[in-house]
Design a protein around this ligand. Structure first.
Ligand SMILES: C[S@@+](CC[C@H](N)C(=O)[O-])C[C@H]1O[C@@H](n2cnc3c(N)ncnc32)[C@H](O)[C@@H]1O
Length: 248
């Protein structure tokens, strides 16, 4: 992750953020953790749940087949966090927007019961074919319903009464607000939405960065913060993970 190094927050960085002056002062006197040195990250991963051979092989095969796309996959500590979160929250109905080769889907599916379901949405037949192989190997394929096609269309076509306990948004960044608006009403009270890459590798606070994906993330972050249907926190996990709880 290429975030700002700890404790070197620039004035420009603060100016680009949306938090008020009080929050900026808090940030000055507390420890920043959005970026970890590699050795500390290794230590953190080594002291979380060990990555099992299925996930390790999936990561390796993804890297071999798609060497330029490895950053699409969530990291091991985020995967373990998502498994635990699903389990702690007792999630049964999960939806994922953006599946790629299936790493995050395995992590969430492991945290739900045998009769739970994970609706996995993606546009890529090729990438999700690899996912399917690993879902079989991980023993969670029976929980996964893969739907190929633009995720916004798939979400809009779901039955009116379809509800979720846990949602993970990790597809095209310009589409985040659209996915959010489809999903928030479908979350059960107390349900959790996870949204990935909400620090955009530190670029959210770089005023010179005006690309559509980064602006999409900024717009999403402001949109979600203003949404009174949820309470949320932006965690420095991976490339920034927003965790929102639908209010009762
Ligand atoms: C960052 S990757 C997902 C990574 C995955 N969650 C993981 O941890 O392995 C983003 C995925 O979103 C998919 N995607 C992009 N635009 C999409 C759209 N409009 N509808 C559905 N999927 C889309 C891409 O095909 C890609 O597989």
């Amino acid at each position: 992750m290429r975030g700002l190094p700890p404790r070197r927050r620039s004035g420009a960085a603060r100016a680009a953020g949306t938090a008020g002056p009080g929050a900026a002062r808090v940030a000055d006197v507390t420890r920043a953790s959005e970026s970890l040195p590699p050795e500390l990250h290794d230590y953190l991963v080594a002291h979380g749940a060990p990555v099992d051979p299925v996930l390790a092989d999936l990561a390796a095969e993804t890297a071999r087949l798609y060497p330029d796309l490895t950053t699409m996959q969530i990291g091991p500590e985020q995967g373990t966090f998502m498994t635990l979160l699903a389990r702690i929250g007792g999630a049964r109905d999960v939806v994922e927007v953006g599946t790629f080769t299936g790493y995050s889907a395995i992590c969430m599916a492991r945290g739900i019961p045998e009769d739970g379901t994970l609706l996995a949405l993606d546009v890529s037949e090729e990438w999700t074919a690899l996912a399917r192989r690993y879902w079989e190997r991980a023993g969670i394929a029976h929980k996964v319903r893969l739907r190929l096609g633009p995720a916004l269309d798939t979400l809009r076509e779901l039955p009116e009464d379809r509800r979720f306990d846990l949602a993970f948004i990790d597809a095209d960044k310009e589409g985040y607000i659209g996915y959010w608006e489809e999903l928030v009403p479908r979350m059960r009270p107390g349900g959790v939405l996870l949204v990935d890459n909400t620090l955009s590798h530190g670029r959210v606070v770089d005023p010179a960065e005006t690309s559509a994906p980064v602006q999409g993330i900024r717009d999403f972050n402001d949109h979600a913060l203003a949404d009174e249907r949820v309470e949320l926190v932006l965690l420095p996990v991976g490339d920034g993970l927003t965790m929102a709880r639908k209010r009762d």
